[in-house]
Design a protein around this ligand. Structure first.
Ligand SMILES: Cc1cc2nc3c(=O)[nH]c(=O)nc-3n(C[C@H](O)[C@H](O)[C@H](O)COP(=O)(O)OP(=O)(O)OC[C@H]3O[C@@H](n4cnc5c(N)ncnc54)[C@H](O)[C@@H]3O)c2cc1C
Length: 431
C-alpha cells in the first residue's frame, strides 16, 4: 500500500491557497493547513475597505469553507511560533506537529526599515483590522470637523507615506471620498477642502511601473487634488508630524492621520528559522523555492527572497506567491514520485493600479493601458482573482452601485477595541 505523506502548509494567503488546491488533488497526500486567522484575505482591495467602499466580508472568506470539500485537508486556526527543522516538526503554542514536507507561506507584515517607533504614530495597511482602523479614524475626523468647524483644516489633513501601488490607490480613493462622495452630507464643513499629501522618497510614483505610467498616475492624482511630494525622504515621525529631507531642504509636515504604506518585512516566524535572511527578514531560497540543506521545506511568497537567473529579486506581489504556491505543490508531488525537479520560473504578466473612479494604469505583457480601459481591466482582473463566488457577486454589485450613485456604502464607524478591551479579550481567549 502507498504510504501517506503529510504536508503542512503555514499560511492560507495567496501562495498557501494555491499550494493546497493543487496538492489536495492527490488523495494519497494528507495536508494540514494552518493559519493564525480564520479567513483568507484579498489584500489588494484592503484600501477599498479603508476608504469605506467595500465591507470587510467582501474581501475575506473563511478558510474552512474554502476547504470543506477537500477531505484530505485539515484546517487549524493557530499561530506557528517556531520550526524544528531537525525533527521535522512545527511548533504551536501548546503542541508540535510533524511533517514530511513543509510549505512556509506566512507572508509579510508592515515594515518600518528599522524605525519601529514610527509604528505608534502611523497606521499600517496589511490586515482587516488595519483597514477598519483607518476607515474609523478618517470617518471620525469628518464627524469631529462637523462638530468643530473652526478646526476643520487640521482635522481633515492626511498624509500617506509611500508612493507604491498601495499609497497611490489609497490616495486616489480618499480624494474621491472627501472631495466628491461625502461633501453633500455635511452642513458646517466643506470636505472638498481636505488635504491629502502623498509622500514618496524616490523620483517617481509606482516605481515598478513603466515611467510613462508613473507620470500619468502623478498627473491624475494631482488633478484629484492630491498633493504629491516626490524625492522626499522621511527622516523622523512624531505625533502628527512628519520630518522630511527634500530637494528643497528639510521640511516638517503636520497631519491628523498619518498612513504608512512604505514597506513590508517578513513575519516574525522567520526570526526563529535559523536560515539566511535579507534586510527585510525574508528567507533567501534557492532556485527551487527551497533550501539546499532542507529540501523537504519550501518557502514561498512575501516571506521569501527569490532571485531569478539575473540575480534580481522577485517583487512581493500576489502573482509571485500564487505561481510559487503551485510550483511548490508540483515539486512535492514530483519528489514523492522520485521525479527530478525543474527550477521555479516566474512568468510576469504585468501590473496595474487604480487612481480612482474610471481611471487606472496597467502594463500587461509590455502593453500600456490608462484611463477607462485600464480601469475596466483592473475591475475585471480583481473580480477574476477574488476568491469565492459570493464575494465576486457582492463586490460587483457594490462597485456598480458606487459607480451609478457616486456613493461609498460602507461608511460605518465601528469602534475598534482600546488597549484595556483588547487585554480583556486576550485574557478570555486564553482561558
Ligand atoms: C494593501 C495591499 C495592497 C496590495 N495590492 C496588491 C496588488 O494590487 N497586486 C498584487 O499583486 N499584490 C498586492 N499586494 C501584495 C499581495 O497581497 C501579497 O504579495 C500576497 O498577499 C502574498 O501572498 P503570501 O501567500 O506570501 O502571503 P499572504 O497572502 O499575506 O498570506 C500569509 C498568511 O499567513 C498567515 N500567517 C502569518 N504568520 C503566521 C503564523 N505564524 N502562523 C500561522 N499563520 C500565519 C497569515 O494570517 C496569512 O493568512 C498588496 C498587499 C497589500 C498589503
Amino acid at each position: 500500500m502507498k504510504e501517506t505523506k503529510h504536508v503542512v502548509i503555514i499560511g492560507a494567503g495567496f501562495g498557501g491557497l494555491q499550494a493546497v488546491k493543487k496538492l489536495a488533488k492527490d488523495k494519497s497526500i494528507r495536508i494540514t493547513l494552518i493559519d493564525r486567522s480564520n479567513h483568507h484575505l484579498f489584500q489588494p482591495l484592503l484600501y477599498q475597505v479603508a476608504s469605506a467602499v467595500l465591507s470587510p466580508a467582501d474581501i475575506a472568506i473563511p478558510i474552512r469553507s474554502l476547504m470543506h470539500k477537500k477531505k484530505n485537508v485539515t484546517v487549524l486556526m493557530d499561530t506557528v511560533t517556531e520550526i524544528d527543522k531537525e525533527n521535522k516538526q512545527i511548533i504551536l503554542d501548546d503542541k508540535r506537529i510533524s511533517y514530511d514536507y513543509l510549505i512556509l507561506a506566512a507572508g509579510a507584515k508592515t515594515g518600518y526599515f528599522g524605525h519601529n517607533d514610527w509604528m505608534k504614530y502611523t497606521l499600517g495597511l496589511k490586515t482587516l483590522f488595519d483597514a477598519l482602523r483607518i476607515r474609523n479614524l478618517i470617518l471620525k475626523s469628518f464627524e469631529k470637523a462637523e462638530n468643530h468647524p473652526e478646526s476643520a483644516k487640521e482635522l481633515m489633513k492626511y498624509i500617506i507615506i509611500g508612493g507604491g501601488p498601495t499609497g497611490v490607490e489609497l490616495a486616489g480613493s480618499l480624494a474621491e471620498l472627501s472631495h466628491s462622495i461625502i461633501n453633500n452630507d455635511f452642513r458646517n464643513i466643506d470636505t472638498r477642502k481636505s488635504e491629502i499629501i502623498l509622500i514618496e522618497g524616490g523620483a517617481d510614483l509606482i516605481p515598478s511601473f513603466n515611467r510613462e505610467l508613473s507620470i500619468y498616475a502623478k498627473k491624475k492624482l494631482e488633478k484629484r487634488n492630491v498633493r504629491v511630494m516626490l524625492n522626499s525622504r522621511v527622516m523622523n515621525i512624531e505625533d502628527n508630524k512628519v520630518f522630511l529631507k527634500t530637494s528643497e531642504g528639510e521640511k516638517t509636515l503636520t497631519a491628523n492621520i498619518i498612513i504608512w504604506a512604505a514597506g513590508v518585512e517578513a513575519v516574525n516566524l522567520n526570526n526563529t528559522f535559523g536560515l539566511p535572511e535579507d534586510k527585510q527578514k525574508r528567507l533567501i531560497v534557492n532556485r527551487y523555492c527551497s533550501f539546499d540543506e532542507y529540501p523537504e521545506i519550501y518557502a514561498i511568497g512575501d516571506s521569501v527572497n527569490f532571485r531569478d537567473e539575473d540575480g534580481k529579486s522577485l517583487p512581493g506581489v500576489s502573482a509571485v506567491a500564487m505561481q510559487q504556491g503551485r510550483y511548490a505543490a508540483s515539486a512535492i508531488r514530483d519528489l514523492i514520485k522520485g521525479k527530478e525537479l525543474k527550477p521555479f520560473k516566474y512568468t510576469d504578466k504585468g501590473s496595474m493600479a487604480t487612481i480612482g473612479r474610471k481611471d487606472a494604469v496597467a502594463d500587461i505583457f509590455g502593453i500600456k493601458f490608462t484611463g477607462f480601459i485600464g480601469w475596466l481591466m483592473w475591475l475585471g482582473l480583481h473580480l477574476f482573482y477574488q476568491v469565492g463566488f459570493k464575494n465576486k457577486v457582492s463586490i460587483l454589485i457594490t462597485w456598480m452601485w458606487s459607480y451609478l450613485t457616486f456613493g461609498a456604502s460602507a461608511r460605518l464607524i465601528q469602534d475598534t477595541p482600546g488597549k484595556e478591551e483588547l487585554e480583556s479579550m486576550l485574557y478570555s481567549l486564553k482561558k
